[in-house]
Design a protein around this ligand. Structure first.
Ligand code: MG
Ligand code: MG
Length: 256
């Protein structure tokens, strides 16, 4: 069932989204060569819990052990933070996080360059963000879920990349994963119709090579089958009468 949120629920989700956006900005500011993904996870958890009533959505969700998913280079999503995984100059790291405030969730992800990366890698990050933006612009009342996926796919594949098929965006609210599923591919005017008050996590995962994936023996980390780089950007969006409202906006300055 696709739920329609009340104005009060949406404002609580927006407050969660603000904490989350600030968390991601803070974590990105720490993502430098020599820093472990466990250190990033600690930064995130401490910052989230410093807000009364807020907790990391991921910790314990399906028994996931951390507050962040940290996925480096060919890792797409669901990487587990570890003291052993130290960022190196030239890496990209996808940072995915959720915040639960008063029982309502927000979900967002970004992919950061560590130190210096080449223009080709910057292009992958830029195109993935553009694909997310194109998807979000389709999140308007009267459109369908397929319009979002189609827009994402058009941007990503138009740039010569591929989109992951097996992992999708989702509705979000009192549960972290709600209906509808939001694939990053699709056909216009197909799938559930979008309505005012729906809250959606839109999250393109874009591979520089082929779209196929596999899961590592840790049962969590999803990687590209061909070893190519992958980027992941995500926002939680509310469908409002005058258009999509991003409730996890990137802050202008890094929170202290
Ligand atoms: Mg996420
Ligand atoms: Mg999500």
């Amino acid at each position: 069932m696709i739920t329609i949120k009340s104005a009060r629920e949406i404002e609580t989700m927006a407050a969660a989204g603000k904490i989350l956006a600030d968390t991601l900005a803070l974590v990105v500011s720490h993502a430098a060569p020599g820093v472990s993904t466990a250190q990033l996870d600690e930064v995130a958890e401490d910052f989230i819990r410093s807000h009364p009533g807020a907790r990391p959505s991921f910790k314990g969700l399906y028994d996931f052990p951390a507050s962040l998913c940290t996925s480096i280079n060919q890792e797409i999503v669901h990487g587990i933070p570890s003291k052993e995984r130290v960022l190196e100059d030239g890496d990209i790291v996808s940072i995915d996080c959720g915040v639960c405030l008063e029982g309502l969730h927000a979900d967002s992800a970004t992919t950061a360059a560590v130190g210096e990366v080449g223009e080709d890698v910057q292009r992958l990050l830029r195109v993935t963000q553009e694909a997310l933006g194109a998807g979000i612009r389709q999140a308007v009342t009267g459109n369908h879920v397929g319009d979002i996926g189609h827009a994402v796919q058009t941007v990503a594949e138009g740039a010569g990349y591929s989109v992951v098929r097996e992992l999708v965006g989702h509705g979000i609210g009192t549960s972290f994963h709600e209906e509808p599923q939001i694939p990053n591919y699709g056909r216009p005017k197909r799938g559930p119709r979008l309505q005012v008050g729906m809250t959606l996590a839109i999250e393109p995962m874009v591979n520089r090579g082929r779209p196929e994936i596999r899961t590592l023996d840790d049962k969590w980390t999803v990687v590209t089958l061909d070893g190519s780089l992958s980027a992941h950007f995500e926002h939680t969006v509310v469908i409002e009468s005058d258009g999509p409202r991003i409730i996890t906006p990137v802050p202008a300055t890094t929170p202290a």
